[in-house]
Design a protein around this ligand. Structure first.
Ligand SMILES: [Zn+2]
Length: 163
């Protein structure tokens, strides 16, 4: 007997632990084809050492994730993803992490991970500043993040960088 309708396949539960308001992340590497971060060709296997299309070496599994641990939540950023941090849910998919901090701007900073595995942060013209290890970033300037760095938004909230 066929099922009453064929939609079950599309109703899988979200795979994010925190269940953010939007599912903007890339697919999980163990269930969906991986794409080359350089040319976006679909890779033959998730563990491929280089891309068949552009022949560039690929970041290996396990390394290309940036984590920032805030007291109110852990943010994960994959290669190629630009994550806006801020209090406005229309600007930031992780706004719920920051809503309780009045001094965090609606659109405060952006963090991302480049294909070489280097993490970056950029202040988006926030009112009260973005700080790396206590140093305020000039707005719009891209600053690298290293494992163990302290990323602070305004005076209010400090996250621990893990790479
Ligand atoms: Zn490629």
């Amino acid at each position: 007997m066929p099922p009453p309708h064929g939609r079950e396949q599309t109703l899988l539960p979200p795979d994010q632990q925190h269940g953010g308001p939007q599912h903007g992340g890339p697919p999980r590497s163990d269930s969906t084809a991986m794409m080359c971060p350089y040319c976006e060709a679909v890779l033959p296997s998730p563990g491929a050492a280089q891309c068949d299309q552009c022949l560039r070496p690929l970041p290996q599994q396990g390394t290309p994730v940036l984590r920032v641990l805030f007291p109110t939540g852990e943010l994960k950023v994959s290669v190629g993803q630009h994550l806006v941090l801020g209090r406005d849910a229309g600007q930031s998919p992780v706004a719920s992490t920051f809503t309780q901090y009045d001094n965090v701007s609606r659109r405060h900073s952006t963090v991302w991970l480049d294909p070489s595995g280097t993490a970056w942060v950029r202040d988006e013209g926030s009112t009260n500043g973005t700080f790396v290890n206590g140093e305020r970033l000039p707005r719009g300037v891209e600053a690298p993040l290293k494992n163990g760095d302290q990323l602070r938004l305004a005076a209010d909230v400090t996250g621990n960088v893990q790479l």
